[in-house]
Design a binder for this molecule. Sequence first.
Ligand code: IVH
Length: 663
Amino acid sequence: MPLSVAEEIEALRAELRRHEYLYYVLDQPEISDAEYDQMMRRLQALEAAHPELVTPDSPTQRVGGKPREGFVKVHHSTPMLSLDNALNEGELRDFDRRVRELLGHTNYQYVAELKLDGLSMAAHYDHGRFQLAVTRGDGLEGEDVTENARTIRSLPLLVDKPPVDRFEVRGEVIMLRKAFELLNAERERQGLPRYANPRNSAAGSLRVLDPGITASRQLDFYAYLFLVDGKPHFLSHWESLEALQRMGFKVNPHRARCAHVDEVLAFCRQREAQRDLLPYEIDGVVAKIDSVAQQQQLGWTAKAPRWAIAIKFAARQQETTVENISVQVGRTGVLTPVAHLRPVVVGGVTVSRATLHNEDEIERLDVQIGDKVLVERSGDVIPKVVRVVEKGENRRPFRMPSQCPVCGGGIVRSEGEAASRCVNTNCPARLKESLLHFAARGVMDIDGLGEALVDQLVDRGLVRSIADLYELRVETLAELERMGQKSAEKLWNKIQESRHRPLSRLLNGLGIPFVGERTAQILAETFGDLDRIAAADAETLQTAEEVGPKVAQSIVRFFGDPRNRELIERLRQAGLSFQHQAQRQQGLPLAGKTFVLTGVLSSMTREQAKARIEAAGGKVTDSVSKKTHFLVAGESAGSKLAKAQSLGIPVLDEKALLDLLGQ
Ligand code: IVH
């Protein structure tokens, strides 16, 4: 019996929820992103055709609804209090002694968990359905961030078989360090101020009026309390964590039941030592008395529970003085101001330099030489200046030099860009960075060509351009410091091998501003050979997917420079491959054509259609743009169809597609 639309929608939702859980909570996906997207698009198409069947817990509703005017204040069921801190072993033992005295015996256990550095949030559910999310606010009253929280993929919108009808889950909203770095890089590109740390960016992303913004930020929710009418529901904290996990919430796996405070201490030491290995920031460990009956016996002070304590790790922020500010020249010629600090130990590592990113950041921080600043080290990222603590008496402002400190070349800062650049492509600092990028893994893969060798090659004048690498002789390499005959031969072989890397790698390796791995791949696929890319004007370049005016301009500028043209000629002489290997695509019926699929097809799934189009040499992308050649519209096609029509893009039905495919 065929499924009714309502049944199909429900089945799709259940499947999507399961895959969301596997991906976002367990981090163990069973299907590819493309398969997930396909299922999601089918659900979107069905819902678009039957808007009366859309429910707020549908996975399609995670995209972010309409922006609001302001936040509504909501009272917490029970105050969201803070935790008392233990700053060292002695303070933890003091806490344990108080617990022992108040309980009058030693028959208690702790649960030790990570203290995630984010912001706390309460999520309310009714009959398993996510209803309301509230920030901590002042502890008594927070802000309603329901629509924003809905976009957090690890927060379940529907809980299967909850133990009670109405419940509340409290936990921490965090942003992964990687997502934070990406977000800041993007903000820098857009000329917006950087976020100071992942916690601030998580808070900034959750507390925005436009849920669409929250949806675009990769936030995560870790649950740590399960409450019914503001009170714990299970007999022990451990049990509630296990129950939360069973219900589909993300519960941090780094937790332990500890029979003694010594075990809590051991947990803390081990976690602190491994702190940098985690993909998110933690600022300590939380130890909670496991038994809920004992928690109640211990009770609360006005500020915090007496049954829990936060054991804080060594601060990763320290105060110190900026002794000087210099600039470093990167691969693309970007000048990065660097603060030279009076050395200070931050979280176990001595820090004497911190990045200041760019002139705008210096202005935002209002930092000058001589100021006392707060520096922060997090994970393995470069230490940074967080803020000025005290202005120095004889403070001196930093001025971006007008000439490159390494080569004396001119410095330009293009309009709309935060970065200043050295314009001399032969600048030794740029050259060194360029060579390292060219040789890097995933680019031209010249293993063994690291910093120490690049320094020697450039400083001795043996390499003045990337192309010189291909003229190096084994004997020359063997004469370098810390190089024997064997390693010289090995490196020489690696250099020779690199001549055969695909065009996309070479393009990436050239270090054209804004052309990274993905853009290089797209350019290679679209134009097929380096000479065509080098000869193309900005308009032609923009016919490639994802290539906008800024990237196109940058490519034109690069190939317009006679020095770069000479480099290309020399690389050609050296026999590097300038041709995209997938040239065989040429001659296939749909070569060079870009398709977008929408709606529901009857004789095949969209995934199958995509595979067939690709087999015929065509390309399938997600969204309709001027660069789309055909829109294939199945049943219940929605906004993509309207967009294609408005752009005058030919629309094919299923039969027309089959005809094109020659079937
Ligand atoms: S329990 C009454 N557990 O730390 C218990 N809090 O300094 C309240 N936090 O406001 C919180 N990780 O935002 C708890 N595993 C964890 C935590 C955690 C981070 C945060 C939370 C709280 C703050 C207190």
